[in-house]
Design a protein around this ligand. Structure first.
Ligand SMILES: Cc1ncc(C[n+]2csc(CCOP(=O)(O)OP(=O)(O)O)c2C)c(N)n1
Ligand SMILES: [Mg+2]
Length: 327
């Protein structure tokens, strides 16, 4: 794992990942509004620093579990853009053969154990993966991404207790964007900082600004080092904000225009990171523009691939639903 200070190559790699997630979400939002994609789409625009920073500190063999807002997690963990684009179109070339769509993107080959339409559905899977790693003596860490709303599910408490009692190599990352659907966290949750709950389960708690990419990386390094060295689980509260509504099409009656505007300017994680690396002389404005152009071209290519790809054969609709007799 590269723990060197921020040099040009590393800064550009991180920026490319954040820009890819942003460009992917922007394009998907536009396509969904044109009625070209089935199902529902939840954009993670504004939250890119968390997926990017956390996954940049994981090995390929490490696992993540994701949420209904999972495109950024999959991209940061290394999914092929063609495969995720085709999945959202419901095409056979999709990461799950077009059967999962936006809320069920998975790719076990890169340790992406799945987005999840069930809020709080990832806790048990992440803890199970961490338990398996411990049992099979593999040096693997599992990261569970979840929202502030999911932190009030029973599965959250069960998973943290189990992880605590067995000192499992798991990192619980709360993407605290202050809303669960249309309800502010202050109306549903007695503590603003979810990480204080770690104490109740005998694990470490940490709380950071999740729109500060470098703070995300530092907190991840601490938690992953603890997990790998047998020190057990960590719960990290990462404060962030989503730029778009809960889903594409949300009328957004529950938050002010000023609040949203601030998240798109001075609090924006990409703007903050680019301002930092330009001021530090690590990367120039023109190199940043080059990254954006290359990312747009890659998104164009993935969209074209997905549009041209065939739909699955209807005769295979029941495949993967029932076990084959005798298998
Ligand atoms: C078990 C379950 N209950 C309710 C829902 C409906 N639902 C979808 S997203 C959501 C809010 C999730 O909020 P949070 O965990 O904060 O994630 P965010 O959307 O903010 O990323 C709810 C209640 C669901 N999908 N699954
Ligand atoms: Mg939330």
């Amino acid at each position: 794992m590269d723990s060197s200070p921020l040099d040009r190559t590393r800064a550009i790699d991180l920026l490319r990942t954040m820009e890819t997630i942003r460009a992917f979400e922007t394009r998907i939002e536009a396509l969904f509004k044109q009625g070209l994609l089935p199902g529902f789409v939840h954009s993670c625009a504004g939250q890119e620093a968390i997926a990017t920073g956390v996954c940049s500190r994981l090995d390929r063999a490490d696992c993540i579990t994701s949420t209904h807002r999972g495109h950024g997690h999959a991209i940061a963990k290394g999914i092929e853009l063609d495969a995720i684009f085709a999945e959202l179109y419901g095409k056979a070339a999709g990461a799950c053969g077009g059967r999962g769509g936006s809320m069920h993107v998975a790719d076990f080959s890169i340790g992406m154990l799945g987005a999840n339409g069930i809020v709080g559905g990832g806790f048990g899977i992440a803890v199970g993966a961490a338990f398996a790693a411990r049992y099979q003596r593999r040096e693997q860490v599992a990261v569970c991404f979840f929202g502030d709303g999911a932190a009030n599910k029973g599965t959250f408490h069960e998973a943290l207790n189990f992880a605590g009692v067995h000192a499992l190599p798991v990192v619980f990352v709360c993407e605290n964007n202050r809303y669960a659907q249309f309800t502010a966290a202050s109306r549903t949750t007695a503590v603003a900082d979810i990480s204080v709950r770690a104490a109740a389960y005998g694990i470490e708690g940490d709380s950071i600004d999740g729109n500060d990419l470098l703070a995300v990386i530092d907190a991840t390094d601490r938690a992953v080092a603890r997990a790998r060295s047998g020190g057990g689980a960590t719960l990290i509260n990462m404060a962030t904000y989503r730029h778009s509504g809960h889903y594409v099409g949300d009328a957004e009656q529950y938050r002010s225009r000023e609040e949203v505007a601030a998240s798109r300017s001075e609090q924006d994680p990409i703007q903050r990171f680019t301002a930092h690396i330009v001021a530090a002389g690590v990367v120039t404005e023109s190199e940043i523009a080059d990254v954006r152009l290359a990312v747009e071209a890659r998104i164009d290519a993935a969209q074209q691939f997905a549009e041209a790809a065939p739909f699955p054969d209807p005769a295979t609709a029941m495949r993967d639903v029932f076990t084959e007799a005798g298998s």
